[in-house]
Design a protein around this ligand. Structure first.
Ligand SMILES: Cc1cc2nc3c(=O)[nH]c(=O)nc-3n(C[C@H](O)[C@H](O)[C@H](O)COP(=O)(O)OP(=O)(O)OC[C@H]3O[C@@H](n4cnc5c(N)ncnc54)[C@H](O)[C@@H]3O)c2cc1C
Length: 427
């Protein structure tokens, strides 16, 4: 079927928030197009290779607090059952990134109202009278012009919101970027983790590594395969040249770690480098300054909002930028958390998905409207999916009622989410 250039809803970015937004919108009957720069959906889970669903369950007792598409994905990956009340960890993980890509393809193509467009980069927006009139998408077809009724920006970087003129914020410094990688044919042994760490400390001291974390060795995908998130590259993810440098630095550092361990750490003698994530991971960049800015105080106070549409329960997880932190408690190798406050759970209001100045736009995922510290909690995968699902439902409701997403009552969006058992905890 030819692509619909004037859909009810255009979802930009098929990551954690975007996939949930597109499925939710299409399932509610809105004609939906999903545009993604990569050749597959999944966002951080597939573009970086990160398997965790943080934010789905409470830390203290692992009770599932956020139901909906995040839980549906976890259960379809065999991690739990759709009706479960509890899960085995507060950060449960899927065991195959490749299977996850295929699952998403299957779920997308099962929706008759949903058209996916991979290998397509959202490069611009034309706005007039406070409305997005066109979204410009670059792909092998050239520059394609979409004229959707509502746009949902799930690019992680608020690319659409920024290009449409919605107020956005950035930080003086960003959390470091991380390339994930996997090493095969490793024999686990009691000294392995300690020896891996000592090798990185030495490499840092003699200048072969400028930054690193942990390394946080984990045998997550197989008994003989190490999965690592040890790379840390300070960079500006919104500067294309710096991002290019960061990709190269991340690849180089990961390979340096592999070579050092193979040479020096018993258990790595016959190891081989399997792969790194296709993209380096970005923890933060732009955030919209929206109708409501979620703050760390809201999270600490567990403030209730009548228009709550998602639940967060991850801790304030701000990774230090070693290049600029300069603090005694921020040392390469450690997280040196600046806060680490662990809430029980908190509300995310509909208004934190609504930008200012643009009436037909919603923004979900790590670029929603929050302070930098609040975003360090609300950015995690399952919470991003919950925001995405709320945005998808809201955009479809706007199409039904011929309203803008700004005119919609957030309490009604919450009710609609409750009806499909995807509302906020306690809703
Ligand atoms: C290294 C790293 C480790 C992390 N560890 C964890 C963890 O252990 N647990 C956890 O829960 N969270 C973790 N996070 C945080 C979490 O994964 C993200 O914040 C989460 O993915 C946010 O979801 P999102 O949908 O906003 O962004 P993403 O999942 O990144 O999705 C954004 C999507 O938009 C696409 N895109 C971007 N720009 C464009 C464009 N202009 N046009 C078209 N498509 C575009 C991207 O390709 C991507 O698919 C980590 C993040 C990083 C970077």
């Amino acid at each position: 079927m030819a692509i619909d250039f004037s859909p009810d809803v255009l979802v930009c970015g098929a990551g954690c928030a975007g996939i949930a937004a597109a499925l939710a919108s299409a399932r509610r009957g809105a004609r939906t197009v999903l545009v993604e720069r990569a050749g597959f959906a999944g966002g951080i889970i597939t573009t970086v290779g990160l398997p965790f669903f943080d934010g789905i369950a409470r830390k203290s007792d692992r009770k599932i607090l956020q139901r909906g598409i995040g839980l549906e994905l976890l259960s379809r990956m065999g991690v739990c059952k759709a009706g479960d009340e509890y899960v085995y960890a507060h950060n449960p993980a899927i065991r195959s990134i490749e299977r996850f890509k295929i699952l998403l393809d299957e779920m997308i193509t099962a929706e008759k109202n949903l058209q996916p467009l991979y290998h397509s980069f959202v490069a611009g927006a034309v706005t007039s009278g406070g409305r997005i009139r066109e979204v410009l998408v670059a792909n092998k077809g050239g520059i394609e012009r979409f004229r959707p009724a509502t746009v949902i920006d799930c690019t992680g970087d608020a690319d659409v919101a920024f290009r449409a003129g919605a107020p956005c914020e950035t930080s003086k410094e960003y959390m470091p970027l991380t390339l994930h990688f996997r090493i095969g044919n490793v024999t686990d042994n009691p000294q392995l983790r300690q020896r891996c760490r000592e090798t990185l400390v030495e490499a840092y001291r003699d200048g072969r590594l400028k930054n690193y974390y942990g390394p946080g060795v984990s045998f997550l995908f197989a008994n003989d395969e190490v999965y690592l998130h040890a790379v840390r590259v300070p960079a500006d993810p919104l500067d294309p040249e710096d991002l290019t440098r960061a990709e190269m630095q991340g690849r180089r550092d990961a390979w340096t770690m592999f070579e050092l361990w193979k040479e020096k750490v018993p258990g790595f003698e016959n190891s081989y480098y399997i792969t790194s994530g296709p993209y380096i991971g970005i923890r933060e960049s732009r955030r919209i300054a929206g109708q409501y800015v979620l703050t760390e105080h809201d999270i600490r106070d567990e403030k209730k909002f009548a228009d709550a549409v998602a639940t967060g329960c991850w801790y304030l997880d701000l990774h230090p930028n070693y290049a600029t932190a300069g603090s005694a408690n921020v040392k390469p190798g450690g997280l040196g958390g600046l806060d680490g406050y662990q809430p029980d759970h908190y509300d995310i209001p509909y208004r934190s998905l609504l930008p200012k100045k643009v009436e037909n736009l919603l923004v979900a995922g790590r670029c929603h409207s929050a302070t930098r510290l609040a975003q360090s909690s609300s950015r995690v995968t399952a919470t991003a999916m919950a925001m995405g699902q709320a945005a998808g439902v809201a955009a479809a409701m706007a199409a039904e009622g011929r309203k803008t997403v700004q005119e919609l009552d957030g309490v009604r969006v919450r009710d609609a989410l409750d009806q499909i058992h995807a509302g906020p905890f306690g809703g």
